[in-house]
Design a protein around this ligand. Sequence first.
Ligand code: SF4
Ligand code: SF4
Length: 550
Amino acid sequence: MSRQLWSFHGGIHPPQYKELSNQRPIAQSSLAAELVIPLHQHIGQSPEPIVQVGDYVLKGQELAHAQGYVSAPVHASSSGTVVAIEERAIPHPSGLNALCVVLATDGEDRWLEQQLDERHYTAIEPSHLRNLIRSAGIVGLGGAGFPTFIKLNPTGRVIDTLILNGVECEPYITCDDLLMRERSTEILAGIKIMRHALQAGEVLIAIEDNKPEAIAIMQQAIANEPGIEVVSVPTRYPQGGEKQLIKVLTGKECPSSGLPFQIGVVLNNVATAYAIHRAVNHGQPLVSRIVTITGDGIKEPRNLEVPIGTPIQHLIDQCGGTSGEIERIIIGGPMMGFAMHSSAIPLIKTSNCILATRQPEQPAAPEMPCIRCGACAEVCPVELLPQQLYWHARAKEFDKTQEYDLFDCIECGCCSYVCPSNIPLVHYYRFAKTEIWSQEREKEKADQARKRHEFRLSRIEREQAEKEARLALKRAAVQEKSETPDKGEAEKQALIQAALARAQAKKESQQEPPKNTAELTPAQQRIIDEADARRQRLDAAADTPRKEAE
Ligand code: SF4
Ligand code: SF4
């Protein structure tokens, strides 16, 4: 009995163009002379570089360490010397530069000695498995780039269903298709590790019915695996969206701005499962990925296994170069990708496709005013009101765009695809999101500056108060000392006063007239005079040696 499937609102059926690149096996990319490895390759905080210019590094060696919880480390994709750590252009819709480690490869591609946990994955505790996956720098390879270890941490919730996304619904892209056809055993090994980490119930591997080979091969791989099922889903874009696929397979609605584990579901890409197998069973961090190089502007479209940081031009050259006049080079697919201004931009962990399109024979139809036809709302898989979002984004009424759930928009491009007025609606939504983020960042910066200023003022006030308190104490001590002299000082003063009193008494005694000197007889007076004369002679004799000595 086939499994019951549900449906999601809207969606479209654009031409697939998958046959351009799915006819050849995956090939190993040659090594570029220079790899430009951006530090920011995932959702969350950028890791901090731990190497310096001039360092020699081995393949798999950590270049930048994760910062905070939502972050992932970045590793060297080959062996060589760090020649720069500087801002370079990275694949991002903003077109902004970001910090990159630039590696001059030595051509030896020498791996760092692997630190492998020899135990079978079933003997490793789920928390330790998550740590291994985190240290390997694994993030979602389906395009979003959310650090995988977080998705594997259900924080106490029971996970009924683990979904493996092999849908690959966007036109042109075939890297997951080829991976499933060529490396099904390795994908299954990664799925089993995820299932153990989550202690999940059933496992569903979802593949669109336009990939019959992949469906057959994956079914063969799981033939003896109880609780794991391959589910073929009808081809419809954007079936591979996280919330859309959960709805189709389980009938459950993921809450707006909520996470799937809140409804007992975890969803990961098949390429992420493959990366987990390499990390846990071979001790290899995420340093390469499969990427589709395709489009009518590429001479020999195909899939390559590419070291992270390889310049896009290096990949185009390996596919025979471009043919005809190129209109644009897109990273990602035609619906959700964005155009690059330079082919020197490097490939990162989330880059699943490089699409080069030729200049069309007919110029694209110009953008016209909205005619309020409502076609955009009919196809929106998130059931938003794209037309209202467009009006408010265009008028820069960003608070209104948020009232219309701008951040629930998955930028699938269905609305732009059907718009008869050729309005590039997704561009307006991206513009509004970028503006809101940058305003929030500015506000955050201003808040931090204000907090720093307030902290500085309070520190100065505190120091001033402490200084005044110290001075007041000092003054009080001096005053107390002057008012209550200590015992030693009092004794000294008493001695001085006594000595002064004695000297005064002596002085006074010397000024008193000699007693019994009145009414002397002449004989008595003569005796006294003789005594005075003797005393004067004696005093004069005593003074003579002292003067000589002086
Ligand atoms: S599809 Fe285009 S023209 Fe029609 S309502 Fe939406 S934005 Fe307006
Ligand atoms: S791009 Fe956004 S608004 Fe447009 S259809 Fe997709 S989810 Fe809806």
